[in-house]
Design a protein around this ligand. Structure first.
Ligand code: F6P
Length: 498
């Protein structure tokens, strides 16, 4: 057997799932666990004892434990940008000085939330939250997922630079009682700046005397927010080391904290911290984050799967796929190692998915009989959020039936009806959906992304790939760079009258 751990993993013969269950009497016990009220079942993946050994060897080869300590100790692990990854400090799990700074800033955020609730901004019935990517997906996920705990305010989220999106977002708000939250780490992002301008115009035209006085800015660059006209007293600052897609633990979630209440926000942070402890201290085979990361890498490296499907059977988690797409694809969609060498193996797969059972009636045909293997992840919540328990029972039964069918397959003399089975899936079952569980769940995904990056040797905290397209758009907006365009792009501009 080859010594190099990657070679062991790549050449490992994956045994049929049903055979693994037959051969390993305690398979379910070893590949499932409950952490923070969330049951994780990875037994319907192709992980087996020898593969787990190979991944343990890979973790040693890559110095995984030391890298994880660097993350928690606030050392510079975002090497390409020369920064720590500060999101852990936002939930009290990072280096003591960073935790201290984050909690000082959180106290300011709380003071502002309290002041708004106490009427310092007059009557506030709604929030227009403006931001894009990491500056909106997190708070949007929180508000959507936890709305049934009772929303104190309406929140309308606006991200796209599309006038239609702006009009839709403000249509549900009363300008006289709306507060605008402009969230942008850099406070230069074109979409957010244009939408902020439009929101100021909307307030002004609706008769609001001091529109800028209705804006709260959230940013890592307070000077840029001051320059944009926002008074310092209404600027919430978070640390430069907190990546946009990791920023929902910071004041970026001020809209969610206002809508859901401060206690809910604190519970979210506590839930994340609980998962942090699990990830940091649980030994290899009991560590649910590593188990998931190892299975993910099995499918990308051994079976060359180019996608992973995520299907929450839970309407309240409908934003999760979009959130995870940014988290995983922006973090690990890289081609070179942290040192800038070709990574030489597949990195992040495309993450896609949808809400069950809707997705089941649209895309699952391919999952069951298509020519590609898609590792699938089912999420469900044992305690339903609605007043229709019979619906919830059907929802859960469908989620579980799909996983069983993918694994079992179906014999038939008719090739059209035959299903190969042996198709992998994982299941995540929350006992209930509350801020604490949601915090743990999101932190699980963050750490899983980090673990894969360490094993692949890439930097998950930069995103240089997003720059070129933005630059070209900026140049064109300023009337430059047209001559450098290819004929196809130039024709598109001409045909749309630009
Ligand atoms: O273009 C990608 C990106 O830089 C993301 O990483 C980020 O979350 C998003 O844009 C928004 O950036 P900002 O918070 O600076 O407006």
């Amino acid at each position: 057997m080859p010594k190099d751990a990657w070679k062991r993993i790549e050449s490992h013969e994956l045994k049929p799932l049903t055979a693994l269950f037959a051969q390993e009497p305690d398979r379910l016990g070893r590949l499932s666990t409950t952490v923070a009220g969330i049951y994780f079942d990875w037994s319907k993946t192709h992980l087996d004892e020898s593969l787990l050994d190979a991944f343990a060897a890979l973790s040693d080869e890559k110095g995984f434990a030391a890298e994880r300590e660097k993350l928690f100790a606030g050392e510079i692990i975002n090497v390409t940008e020369g920064r720590a990854a500060g999101h852990l400090a936002e939930r009290g799990s990072g280096a003591p000085d960073a935790v201290e700074l984050a909690s000082t800033r959180r106290r300011r955020m709380r003071a502002l939330v309290d002041a708004i609730e106490a009427g310092a901004f007059g009557d506030v019935s709604g929030i227009l939250h403006i931001g894009i990517g990491g500056s909106v997906l997190g708070p949007h996920l929180l508000v959507d997922a936890l709305a049934d705990e009772g929303l104190r305010l309406d929140v309308s989220f606006l991200s796209n630079i599309d006038g239609q999106a702006f009009e839709d977002a403000v249509a549900v708000l009363d300008p006289g009682t709306t507060l605008v939250v402009a969230a942008s780490k850099t406070f230069t992002t074109a979409e957010t700046m244009a939408n902020l301008d439009a929101a100021i115009g909307w307030l002004r035209e609706s008769g609001v005397g001091d529109p800028y006085g209705r804006v709260v800015a959230v940013t890592a660059d307070p000077d840029a927010a001051v320059e944009a006209g926002i008074d310092e007293s209404r600027i919430l600052v978070f640390s430069e080391s907190v990546g946009g897609r990791y920023s929902l633990w910071s004041s970026v979630s001020v809209s969610a904290a206002l809508a859901l209440g401060w206690d809910a926000f604190e519970e979210l942070l506590e839930g994340a911290a609980e998962m942090d402890r699990h990830f940091r201290y649980s030994p290899g085979q009991e560590n649910v984050v590593l188990m998931a990361a190892f299975a993910d890498l099995t499918y990308t490296q051994n079976l060359h799967c180019q996608t992973r499907g995520v299907f929450p059977y839970e309407e309240r988690l409908r934003m999760l796929v979009s959130y995870l797409q940014q988290l995983e694809m922006e973090s690990n969609g890289k081609s070179v190692t942290a040192e800038g060498k070709p990574v030489g193996r597949p990195t992040a797969p495309v993450v896609w998915g949808g809400v069950g059972t809707d997705a089941q009636h649209a895309v699952f045909q391919l999952l069951h009989q298509g020519t590609v293997t898609v590792p699938v992840e089912f999420l469900a919540v044992a305690e339903g959020g609605s007043q229709l328990p019979a619906h919830h029972r059907q929802l859960l039964l469908n989620a579980f039936a799909q996983g069983a069918a993918l694994m079992r397959g179906r014999e038939s003399d008719d090739p059209h009806r035959r299903e190969s089975g042996n198709r992998p899936s994982a299941a995540i079952l929350l006992d209930r959906l509350d801020p604490r569980r949601l915090g743990s769940l999101i932190a699980f995904y963050e750490h899983r992304t980090f673990a894969k990056a360490v094993l692949l040797g890439i930097d998950p905290f930069d995103q240089f790939g997003v720059e070129l397209g933005k630059q070209i758009a900026r140049d064109l907006a300023e009337g430059e760079g047209e001559n450098d365009l290819d004929p196809s792009t130039r024709a598109l501009m001409e045909k749309s009258g630009l």
